[in-house]
Design a protein around this ligand. Structure first.
Ligand code: FES
Length: 171
């Protein structure tokens, strides 16, 4: 017996809904999954140093790190949270890094501001060669110890990851 038009439509909706569910699940997993290893194992030559303005955070996808500049200093901060390894995004609204998994927060220098992380964001060594920033992603240096505050807390308002670390932001 041939399927009716109604049965075909129902089957189409089920297939479409299933595909949407898979896409949503995949996207969420990609955003939050712990990173096994952020080191690309290589040396990356980036833009000329003047391209990185003070107060900026530039994501370098090939190396899975952020190139930040704060108070004239440059840092290559690993995207891997030093707590349990989630990918940490930069929050433009607050001017800090905010981990979506358990709420650890870091300033542009990668220093720990709040949350359960045991230290600041880990770093890759960098140098300036012929005016360009060169980052060695094969080497990971541990982030600054808890309590380090050379670069202070950002003054931006709002945030991207509501957490237990900031109960005052709850209504
Ligand atoms: S993995 Fe980032 S705070 Fe837990």
């Amino acid at each position: 017996m041939d399927p009716t038009r109604r049965e075909l439509l129902q089957a189409g909706w089920k297939v479409g809904g299933g595909m949407l569910a898979v896409a949503a699940g995949w996207t969420t997993w990609e955003a939050l999954r712990p990173l096994a290893d952020t080191s690309g194992g290589g040396v990356l030559q980036l833009q000329p140093v003047e391209q990185y303005t003070d107060g900026s955070a530039t994501f370098v996808r090939e190396g899975r790190f952020y190139l930040t500049r704060v108070q004239g200093e440059l840092f290559a901060l690993s995207q891997k949270c030093p707590h349990l390894g989630c990918a940490v995004p930069f929050c433009e609204a607050s001017g800090r890094f905010e981990c979506p998994c358990h709420g650890s927060m870091y300033n542009l220098g990668g220093e720990h501001l709040a949350g359960p992380a045991p230290r600041g964001m880990d770093r890759h060594p960098l140098q300036i060669v012929d005016g360009r920033v060169v980052v060695n992603t094969a080497v990971i240096e541990q982030g600054a110890a808890l309590g380090s505050r050379r670069f202070g807390a950002p003054t931006g308002t709002g945030g991207c990851a509501p957490t237990d670390a900031e109960p005052e932001r709850r209504a």
